[in-house]
Design a protein around this ligand. Structure first.
Ligand SMILES: NC(=O)c1ccc[n+]([C@@H]2O[C@H](COP(=O)([O-])OP(=O)(O)OC[C@H]3O[C@@H](n4cnc5c(N)ncnc54)[C@H](O)[C@@H]3O)[C@@H](O)[C@H]2O)c1
Length: 277
C-alpha cells in the first residue's frame, strides 16, 4: 500500500478465514491511522466469530492477542457457498464457536445444532444458513453491548481459558476448535462442582459437542506443569487469579453485570481436566 502510495480513499477487502480478516483488519486499523475495510469471511469460524466485533490483530512470538486494535469493518458479507470447499477439520472449529454462542444465549440454537451434523457434513446450505446467521447475531449482540470488552464481552471467552492452556501445553498440536470444545466442558464441569452450573446442562453440552464430532475430554496424558504455566500467562489474569467466563446455565449469561466471569479454583479446574467422565 505504501509503495503504491494508496491514499485514504481506499477500502480494504479482507477475503479469507480469521487469519486474513484479523490481519487485513489490523492493516486497515493502522494504515494512515485507520482506513475503512470490509470483512468477507470464508470459514465458518470467520462468519460466526472472527469477522464480527471489530477486534483485529496479529500474533507474535510472545503470545496470541497481544498486538491489535479495535476497528470495526464497514460490513461483514458472508457467502456460505465458500463453505463447500472448507476442510471438515476447519469447519469443526467454527462449529465449536457456534456451540459456544448457543450455550451463552440460545438453547433453541443448541437444540438445532444437535441435529444438524449431517447438514453441516453435506454443506446443506438451506439448513445451515439460518443457524450460522443466528450464531453470528449472538456475537454481534454481545459486542454491541460491550465493544471494548469492559465486561459482558468476556462471556465470549467461555471455554477459551482452558482451551488456550491446552493449545499452549500441546505445543499448538491440538487444533483450536477442539481445544475450545474440551475447554467448555472442563470449565462447565468445574463450575458445576462449585454449584454454579446445572449438572443436566453439563450433560447436554457434552452430548451436543459429541454429536458434532467435537472432543469433550483432554487428549492423552496431561502435562500439569505445562498447563499451570499456560494458565499463568493467560491474559485474563487479574491479580494472580485465573478468570473464567461461564454462563449461569445453558442459554443464560445473566444480566451481564456479574456471575458470568469469575474465578474458579485452579486445582478444581485441573481436576476437571483430568477427569475421564
Ligand atoms: N478477531 C476476533 O475476534 C477473532 C475471533 C476468533 C478467532 N480469531 C482468529 O481467527 C483465526 C482462525 O480463523 P479460521 O479458523 O478461519 O482459520 P484460518 O484463517 O487459519 O483458515 C483455516 C484454513 O482454511 C483455509 N480456508 C479459508 N477459507 C477457505 C475456504 N472457503 N475453502 C477452503 N479453504 C479455506 C485457509 O487458507 C487456512 O488454511 C485465528 O488466528 C484466531 O486468532 C479472531
Amino acid at each position: 500500500l505504501l509503495a503504491d502510495r494508496w491514499g485514504r480513499d481506499l477500502v480494504i477487502l479482507a477475503l479469507g478465514g480469521g487469519v486474513v480478516t484479523d490481519l487485513a483488519g489490523f492493516v486497515a486499523a493502522t494504515y494512515l491511522r485507520g482506513v475503512p475495510w470490509v470483512a468477507l469471511p470464508t470459514t465458518l469460524l470467520g462468519m460466526v466469530d472472527a469477522a464480527i466485533g471489530g477486534k483485529t490483530g496479529v500474533n507474535t512470538p510472545a503470545g496470541k492477542n497481544l498486538v491489535g486494535a479495535f476497528h470495526r469493518p464497514l460490513a461483514v458479507v458472508a457467502d456460505l457457498r465458500t463453505l463447500t470447499t472448507l476442510p471438515d477439520e476447519v469447519l469443526r472449529a467454527g462449529l465449536a464457536e457456534m456451540v459456544k454462542h448457543a450455550a451463552l444465549a440460545d438453547r433453541g440454537l443448541l437444540d438445532a445444532l444437535a441435529g444438524s451434523a449431517p447438514a453441516f457434513a453435506s454443506r446443506d446450505l438451506a439448513i445451515i444458513e439460518p443457524l450460522v446467521a443466528r450464531a453470528a447475531a449472538i456475537k454481534a449482540a454481545v459486542v454491541a453491548r460491550d465493544e471494548h470488552e469492559a465486561g459482558l464481552r468476556q462471556v465470549l471467552n467461555f471455554g477459551h481459558t482452558v482451551g488456550h492452556a491446552l493449545e499452549a501445553a500441546s505445543g499448538l498440536a491440538l487444533p483450536h476448535g477442539q481445544a475450545v470444545a474440551i475447554g467448555m466442558v472442563v470449565e462447565a464441569r468445574a463450575a458445576c462442582r462449585a454449584g454454579r452450573f446445572p449438572p443436566g446442562d453439563l450433560a447436554r453440552l457434552v452430548d451436543v459437542l459429541e454429536r458434532l464430532g467435537l472432543p469433550t475430554r483432554a487428549p492423552g496424558p496431561l502435562r500439569l506443569e505445562a498447563l499451570r504455566s499456560a494458565f499463568a500467562v493467560d491474559k485474563k489474569n487479574r491479580g494472580g487469579e485465573v478468570r473464567f467466563s461461564i454462563p449461569r446455565a445453558l442459554g443464560d449469561v445473566g444480566d451481564g453485570a456479574d456471575g458470568h466471569a469469575g474465578s474458579l479454583d485452579l486445582d478444581e479446574v485441573l481436576r476437571a481436566l483430568g477427569d475421564p467422565a
